[in-house]
Design a protein around this ligand. Structure first.
Ligand code: ZN
Length: 492
């Protein structure tokens, strides 16, 4: 392959040329959502980051098996193996079955990911569908001697493991520091050390989601599912593991320890982590009132938003930052992204209108090389976008007759623009057809309401008839009665 992709490997803290185990096949695992609430901005970033990688690897000719899990059991409220299961808690509050919560929020997540134009992953396994594999995995760790059973639960013995291996090699943490940092938590007497983590938890009597195991009726620890499902679908050692930086410790660190203990080898060759997002300089949180779901962002229905932002504006905004940098969302920044995206999309139409000349004032080959170099440099999408905007300036001046481009170069530039914008960055034209479709539905709904009003008038139910007209008026829809029947118009 002529292009060599350099990836920043979080394990080695440096950029390395990407060499898969079995080219052209690439195995890639990304930690997916715990589905107990609406998808929010925090879900959009890893999804878009690894979609860009997925698209680019395929563009380079690799055959990628992209596995992204759905966490539907075992993710407790805190990392110390305490608190309620997040999904069970939501189910209790909403008086639903846990699997109703899982199904509902998985659908919401997929809808939002489709809107953001992320490609479907190859396999999307769920934790609850892989209990047997997880139990087998725990057995292997017990055989290795790096885990112990206690009161029906099984815990990973971090200290023992660390004698022979390095627990903390991914996150850079030291076990000695963990010892001083972890609080003495009540109810942790089962563990030899506070930082030991659960591989299997015995279910409390009130716990709904439970399965039989050799140790107790219970459920797997949160870190276990990714180790077991990664092994099942990608093998004991695979190419890429991704996720948000917040998952590096303890989740990914523990995944490595589990896999080394059970299989005797490092599970992953390249660890990749996207950085975090903030809103107006603050961490997103429910208590600060700046926690924004993707539906709210797309509809504009949140009091920190001054307008709706389309999924493509959100995607473009995220791609304008390198995935290892933080991203701060604000109305101003999103509005700037909206303008930028429009400029880029308009340039595609302008390109079609250029009349080719005899010579070229634009070096298309150099442009192409620069664009690939940006992507090959650890997926540097902001630099790629900057090169595209350099070309946009040329396109605009060529279209104004101030510059020339020869036929062959023009064709190549068109083709490169399509490849970079649509296939690799995964942007798409905000569908005019979709807007027209929505307008048709809206027209039909208003006509239906007016029919109901006529029916009410005929039945001398003037109260209902007036209510319909008044409600429409409130929405700036003016209703006028004419001899031919009611007519309506939008008041600006
Ligand atoms: Zn995971």
């Amino acid at each position: 392959m002529e292009n060599t992709l350099y990836i920043y490997n979080s394990m080695d803290r440096k950029k390395e040329a990407f060499k898969p185990n079995n080219p052209p096949n690439v195995g890639m695992y990304v930690c997916g959502p715990t589905v107990y609430g609406d998808a929010h901005l925090g879900h959009a970033r890893p999804a878009i980051t690894f979609d860009l990688l997925f698209r680019y690897l395929q563009y380079l000719g690799y055959k990628v098996r992209y596995v992204r899990n759905i966490t539907d059991v075992g993710h407790l409220e805190n990392d110390a193996d305490e608190g309620e299961d997040k999904i069970a808690k939501k189910a209790r509050l909403e008086q639903l079955e846990p699997m109703e919560i899982v199904h509902y929020y998985s659908r919401c997540y997929h809808k939002n990911m489709d809107q953001l134009n992320t490609l479907p992953v190859s396999i999307e396994p769920s934790a609850s569908g892989h209990i047997i594999e997880q139990i087998e995995f725990v057995k292997k760790i017990l055989e290795s001697g790096y885990a112990y059973e206690s009161e029906g639960s099984v815990y990973f013995d971090v200290l023992k493991y660390n004698e022979d291996n390095n627990y903390g090699k991914l996150s850079g943490r030291k076990v000695e520091d963990l010892m001083t940092n972890t609080r003495d938590l009540a109810g942790q007497q089962e563990k030899r050390n506070n930082f030991d983590f659960a591989l299997w938890k015995k279910a409390a009597p009130e716990h709904i989601m439970r399965w039989p195991s050799p140790w107790s009726e219970g459920f797997p620890g949160w870190h276990m599912e990714c180790s077991a499902m990664g092994k099942k679908y990608l093998g004991d050692n695979f190419d890429i593991h991704g996720g948000g930086l917040d998952l590096q410790f303890p989740h990914h660190e523990s995944e490595i320890a589990q896999s080394v203990a059970a299989n005797g080898k490092d599970p992953v060759n390249y660890w990749m982590h996207n950085n975090m997002i903030s809103f107006n300089g603050q961490k997103m949180s429910k208590s600060l009132g700046n926690f924004i779901t993707l539906d709210e962002l797309f509809s504009g229905e949140h009091n920190v938003l001054t307008q709706p932002y389309s999924p493509m504006v959100v995607r473009f905004f995220i791609l304008q930052a390198h995935y290892r940098s933080t991203v701060d969302f604000s109305n101003e920044a999103l509005q700037a992204a909206e303008k930028g995206l429009e400029k880029l999309m308009t340039s595609l139409e302008t390109l079609e209108k250029i009349t080719p000349g005899e010579t070229s004032d634009f070096n298309v080959k150099a442009f192409k090389t620069k664009c690939y170099n940006a992507l090959n440099d650890d997926l540097n999408s902001p630099v790629l976008i900057a090169h595209l905007f350099d070309a946009v300036r040329f396109i605009n001046s060529a279209s104004a007759g101030k510059n020339n481009i020869a036929q062959a170069d023009l064709e190549e530039l068109k083709s490169l623009f399509h490849h970079f914008i649509f296939e690799i960055l995964g942007l798409k034209k905000e569908s005019e057809a979709q807007e027209a479709g929505n307008q048709d539905i809206l027209n039909d709904v208003i006509e239906t309401l007016l029919d109901l009003r006529q029916k009410a008038k005929k039945a001398k139910d003037f109260e209902t008839a007036d209510m319909i007209r008044n409600r429409l008026n409130e929405m700036n829809i003016k209703v006028t009665d004419t001899p031919e029947g009611p007519e309506w118009s939008l008041e600006q």
